[in-house]
Ligand binder design. Structure first.
Ligand code: DUC
Ligand code: ZN
Ligand code: ZN
Length: 466
């Protein structure tokens, strides 16, 4: 017996958009068609039925960095994800110095057991000792944590090129995707020292300390290392024309490379950093927002297909917490402000407004950029990322006419603010289902803490993304 039928919605499938019914049985999509019936019915007339979002880049309950402590717990972050139409996340299990990777994954599985939506982990490798690469990494990959995150910048996190090649070799052997935060560490340090020596502590100096060339160099180098090792990489948060051009050129000569941008690089420019730190610290993230010409270029690269997906890079800090953004008071210097912004709740509504409501991108591509492509790249497809028979009934029912004015206080994240404060968006996920359960309704979370499941991932082929 069918548990639920979502009737007469505009259903966005991979191969078309039609008015149809979606039947749900045992938490999975059991049929898509017309005239279906079930024990319960949801009238989706006038609504768009999209796959629940898959957010492949979010930082939750990572340990205190020297500049702050993340505000959200897995419970609050995943409830905010649900409110914004996202039903699966791939977040990070961050290795502590000296820790075994098995312990790292176990610790994050425990923290994430309070999640509202389903979740998987990228293993963030901080300390690639020989035994970590030889034994521990293959073991956690085989156990289902089938992706790795590395950095080319940040003291205490970056890996030098020889170790990056070693990680790529293990990833190739074991079948793990490698995601990269790519910026040139030496260039950032050099510019930072120059700016501080000139007495600059203001927020805009953050943008000046790590311009697009700093990102583009590391993107190009990562492509070179990836090509050398014969294993693809996923370039996180591409923000500017120079970096996107490196990806476009690499693909043109036949290199397989994957890419993402984030909603904020499409919505905001570096101008948000022009103001007193006490007012603009909430916009400090890395890479920083860019000049308007880059924002436009990122749109062009997204539309032309250079960029494969749009993530949140959710990394939430409070403005008023001693371990939050303004750790040393209202004039905290830019290099001491914790990097990151809340984004799990707003990733999809802000993008839907700019992309679909504004007529830049159609519904099928929106679904690919926000759900199907990340699910395919991280081994969650076909269970996640598409409205298809046999998939989990992870669905976001969007009212394309509903307007909402965004307020941080309404968005569940403990950050307590949103970078889109006061922005009005058209289009909202009015009902969000995870495995057939309602997890958000009209902007309010409904899912029980701890109902989210861990998603171990088996071996899969590196996908062609469109
Ligand atoms: N930058 C990162 O590299 N990660 C989290 C958030 C941010 O701003
Ligand atoms: Zn990053
Ligand atoms: Zn990040």
């Amino acid at each position: 017996m069918t548990d639920l039928v979502i009737r007469n919605g505009t259903v966005v499938r991979e191969d078309g958009v039609d008015r149809m019914d979606v039947a749900v049985t045992g938490g999975r999509i059991s049929a898509i068609g017309r005239g279906l019936s079930g024990a319960r019915t949801i009238d989706a007339d006038g609504l768009i039925v999209l796959p629940g979002g898959v957010d492949n880049h979010c930082h939750i309950e990572q340990p205190v960095s020297k500049n702050g402590a993340s505000a959200d717990t897995f419970a609050t972050a995943t409830a905010s994800a649900a409110v914004g139409g996202t039903t699966s996340i791939v977040c990070f299990a961050r290795q502590a110095e000296g820790e075994t990777l098995a312990r790292t994954v176990e610790a994050y599985r425990e923290k994430a057991s309070r999640s509202v939506v389903d979740h998987a982990f990228h293993v963030m490798i901080i300390d690639p000792r020989p035994e970590v690469l030889a034994d521990e990494l293959p073991a956690v990959v085989a156990d289902g944590a089938r992706s790795i995150k590395i950095f080319t910048a940040y003291d205490g996190q970056m890996l030098p090129d020889p170790q990056i090649l070693d990680v790529l070799a293990v990833a190739k052997r074991t079948g793990a995707m490698v995601a990269v935060h790519a910026e040139n560490h030496a260039a950032i340090k050099f510019r930072l020292a120059e700016l501080l020596a000139a007495g600059r502590t203001d927020a805009f100096a953050h943008a000046e300390s790590r311009p697009g060339i700093v990102e583009a160099e590391a993107v190009r180098r990562m492509i070179t290392l990836s090509e050398t090792a014969g294993h693809p990489v996923h370039l996180f948060h591409v923000t500017c024309d120079l970096a996107a051009e490196e990806i476009r050129r690499a693909r043109a000569r036949g290199v397989r490379v994957y890419s993402e941008t984030c909603t904020h690089y499409l919505a905001l420019t570096e101008d948000v950093l022009k103001g007193p730190m006490a007012e603009v610290a909430g916009f400090v993230c890395s890479p920083p927002m860019r000049p308007e010409a880059d924002r436009r270029a990122v749109w062009r690269h997204l539309i032309e297909g250079t960029l494969d997906m749009v993530s949140s890079d959710h990394s939430s800090f409070r403005m008023d917490d001693p371990m939050g953004k303004l750790k040393t008071g209202p004039d905290t210097p830019f290099d001491k402000v914790a990097n990151g912004m809340p984004g799990l709740a707003t990733r999809l509504p802000v993008l839907f407004d700019m992309a679909v409501s504004a007529g830049r991108i159609g519904l099928e591509r929106f679904a690919r950029l926000t759900a199907t492509n990340p699910a395919k790249l991280y081994g969650l497809y076909p269970r996640k990322g598409a409205v298809a028979v046999g998939a989990d009934a992870d669905l976001a029912l969007w009212d394309p006419t509903k307007t909402v004015t965004l307020r941080g206080a309404d968005l569940v994240s403990r950050a307590g603010y949103t970078p889109y404060e006061g922005r009005t968006v058209t289009g909202w996920p009015v009902l969000v289902l995870s495995r057939g359960d309602v997890v958000a309704r009209d902007g309010r979370p409904e899912g029980a803490e701890g109902r989210g499941e861990y998603l171990p991932r088996g071996a899969y082929a590196w996908p062609e993304l469109h």
